[in-house]
Design a protein around this ligand. Structure first.
Ligand SMILES: Nc1nc2c(ncn2[C@@H]2O[C@H](COP(=O)(O)OP(=O)(O)OP(=O)(O)O)[C@@H](O)[C@H]2O)c(=O)[nH]1
Ligand SMILES: [Mg+2]
Length: 453
């Protein structure tokens, strides 16, 4: 275990994502209790969480006392709460701190792509736990629809990570499994119901793992307590994934990884001349939701100051304009921005298509469009867009690599390899060549070995 954790403990930042009542707080307190409960195995292997400050200790203790006194689960979370923990292990010479981590426990409705606070919390995190109610997933036909925003958000993050080749482990936690009948059938049903998300995560080669959490309230010596099983594993897994990743440093969150991402930014010599492209390079996923809209608005307002005022009109006004004048560029951009901002990238696609049609020489916009197609799962159109860029600009490395990744995902390794080689040859810096090699190695390797439990 401590093989993954270096001598110098990292400080990590983890986010919980899940709707109201899915079980985020119960999971947190249950995992803590589980990791601190008496242990029958090899003491040397035991790892546990310790509260790092008084506040975390009091919050956890408060929930445990509530359960002990009432025999009930805790009330809903009212505000965002940060818990500072350390992960510890007993070693022959004493106790070793493996890492520190801050865990954000969120009230369900904050976990919404439209929420600015939540957007910045995603960008300041290094990994996340995504919560799905296993019982409702199997028993309530409407449940999947009720979590479609969460699924879209997770897909967007996965896409962002993939595009920028980042380390960002995701634990998919199925809660309330104790309410399901015992046996493998429940797990199979869960996986069947969640197939669309699982396929997307596999396609994006996300470093994710599934966990089945059961945290009933039981009585021990007459006292109600949480008895968790399979919960603390998720936090141990996610922290060990981050600790073993050399590229992850304390304080290096998603935002700083993106800004340092050699993804393809440095490969494109003309990027600096194209504001839309520069921002568009970080345009897949959540950041795309923030950046693509901004990129287009700023591009447009730079070019058309008199029309930029029109962006103050309401979205309804712009939609109204589009019914009369479907190619009105100002309204197309405003409505497009709006859909990205509210986390509905699929609705933004036709608008960006129309914008690109009017600005056919703007390669940056075409990259944005390719990203948006990928984000919404339309790989064929994404590839066609890369082809169009390459026809116009045969030396565009980003388009070559983008197409190569898509070819690789389709199993066409030969084409993928030749595109990667071509891109590597054209790349000007050693760093860029190295990055392309890295992406190529990942793409061309055998199908993802994403672990599942
Ligand atoms: N049987 C069982 N019920 C659970 C479990 N986890 C959560 N629950 C139920 O789900 C309810 C909500 O759990 P919370 O942990 O408060 O949910 P949350 O995601 O923190 O919700 P908010 O704070 O409101 O966003 C609890 O009151 C329990 O009724 C579990 O593992 N087993
Ligand atoms: Mg809660």
């Amino acid at each position: 275990m401590s093989l993954f954790f270096g001598d110098d403990p990292k400080a990590l930042n983890l986010l919980s994502i899940g709707d109201r009542g899915v079980g985020k707080t119960v999971f947190l307190v249950g995992s803590y209790t589980e990791s601190n409960s008496s242990y029958e195995g090899d003491q040397q292997k035991k790892v546990w969480f310790d509260c790092q400050d008084q506040e975390a200790h009091e919050n956890i203790q408060g929930v445990m006392n509530y359960i002990a006194q009432t025999g009930q689960y805790p009330p809903p979370t009212m505000k965002i709460s940060g818990f500072n923990f350390s992960l510890k292990q007993q070693r022959p010479w004493g106790t070793q701190t493996l890492c520190y981590f801050r865990w954000w426990d969120m009230p369900g409705e904050i976990c919404d792509m439209k929420n600015r606070n939540f957007q910045s919390m995603i960008l300041s995190s290094q990994g996340c736990c995504v919560f799905i109610n296993a019982y409702d997933l199997i028993n309530d036909p409407a449940y999947l629809d009720s979590v479609k925003d969460i699924i879209e958000l997770v897909t967007a993050i996965a896409s962002l990570i993939k595009h920028h080749n980042l380390q960002y482990p995701m634990a998919l936690i199925f809660t309330q499994c104790d309410r399901l009948e015992e046996g493998p059938l429940g797990q199979l049903q869960i996986e069947k119901c969640l197939e669309p998300l699982i396929i997307r995560l596999e396609n994006a080669r996300t470093n994710y793992r599934r966990f089945y959490s059961s945290i009933p309230i039981v009585r021990i010596d007459g006292m109600p307590v949480l008895r968790a099983s399979g919960s603390s594993d998720a936090l141990v897994w996610i922290t060990s994934e981050l600790c073993k990743a050399r590229s992850v440093q304390s304080g290096q969150d998603l935002a700083s990884s993106l800004s340092q991402s050699t993804s393809l930014k440095k490969f494109v010599p003309t990027a600096a001349r194209r504001p839309a492209l520069t921002l568009g390079l970080i345009s897949a996923g959540v950041v795309g939701v923030l950046a693509m809209g901004f990129a287009l608005t700023s591009l447009w307002s730079n070019q058309q100051p008199q029309q930029a005022k029109a962006t103050q009109q309401t979205i309804a006004d712009h939609q109204d304009v589009l019914t009369r004048d479907p190619n009105n560029l100002n309204s197309l951009i405003s409505v497009y921005d709006h859909y990205l901002e509210i986390g509905q990238p699929a609705k933004a696609v036709p608008l960006l298509e129309k914008i690109v049609a009017q600005k056919s020489n703007d390669v940056g916009l075409k990259f944005n469009l390719a990203d948006l197609y990928e984000l919404t799962g339309d790989k064929q159109k994404a590839e066609n867009t890369y082809d169009k860029i390459l026809t116009q600009h045969p030396q565009e490395i980003k388009a070559m690599v983008g197409k190569a990744i898509l070819r690789g995902e389709e199993g066409d390794m030969q084409t993928a390899q030749s595109l990667f080689l071509q891109a590597e040859n054209i790349a000007e810096t050693k760093e860029a060549k190295g990055k392309i090699k890295e992406i190529a190695a990942q793409t061309l390797q055998a199908p993802s070995n994403t672990a599942t439990q």
